[in-house]
Design a protein around this ligand. Sequence first.
Ligand SMILES: [Zn+2]
Length: 396
Amino acid sequence: MMRHAALALASMPAIAACSLPSMPSMPSFSLSPAPKDICSGFGLTIDTDFASAGRHDCAVGPDGNVVVSVDHEPALVEGINPSPWFAFRITAASARQTYVTLDYTDYNHRYAPYVSRDGRAWTPLPAGNVTLNERKTRATLRLDLPQGTIWVAGQPLSPSSDNIAWTRNLLSGRGFEETRYGDSLEGRPLVGFVGGGGLEAIVVLTRQHPPETSGQEAYRGFLDRLLKRDDEAATRFRNRTRVIIAPMPNPDGVDGGHWHLNAGGMDLNRDWTTPTQPETKALSAWIVKEAGGRRVVSMMDFHSADKTVIYAPPLTSPSPTIDFLNALKTKFDSTLSQPPQWSYSHNINGGTAKGWALETLKAPGITVELWDPIPSADVRALGAAAADALIDYFAN
Ligand SMILES: [Zn+2]
């Protein structure tokens, strides 16, 4: 609530200067923006009143164009990953063209904008509609606004409820159990799913980092193939393997429009060695409990980056299933048109889920990074290839 009040106050000068030039600048209750209308003027209202909206303020200039600041959440540790997420709505009283400048201050524009009329169906804004300044710290979008509301966001919007619902729907009728393994710092449920056989186990997660939705698409391609592949080997794999799934380990960050962190200001994927945050404490304990001492064949954690790359432990790591990494690479290389690069390392104190998997589960932890704008078919294919590699390697 504090933040809303600050935003409302910060928006005042824009209103006084632009839309009501003859009015005194005294705040007037009836003219104050609603809590999440961050600025308005010239028949435009900009708001962030929805889950996963960015952390914005804005101003409408005297020319009727808009500048939106793109800010990150407070970070406990210096060195936030530059994931400048934006998502806001513009409501126009009548159809018109306008320019909206995203002001990143010291960060660089990363996410090519998507637009939507309803927050569900998204289309990329054509590259010709986006102009960057020389330092790439300001991106100006030319928007043809219809009368009514459009949404603008760095990726098709996917708030915390979305991947939980998608996962629940996929697993429905497949013998999985849904559980609330904990609560986030802000009290959102931490939701997990467990099902399959009981001889071995695999762990799957995504969205530790809020804007990384191309990673989420790979997660979906992976689980879709793992659960639906219809042959003897796949059935055998599912009958012997317990599947432990965390579809939304950072719901506060996702719904709060964070760039990289949870509501406690921590990068959760640097918090696994000695967990300090409720999300990592609950998730690591839940995984250990659900694995129940079984051999864990792999822990796959899906992310996004500026290129598609696989981070894996060294091939000499002390894990009984380390050779699966070779099988996975072979599968990617033989089935994907653009196979990912690989990078092998292990840092016992790095705090990543990947490192924790090797130390605690003796399993190869794999961080699967997907290029932000990777085409949907390619990202699904990569996820499916990873599932095929697991099935073909471990089913026999
Ligand atoms: Zn990430």
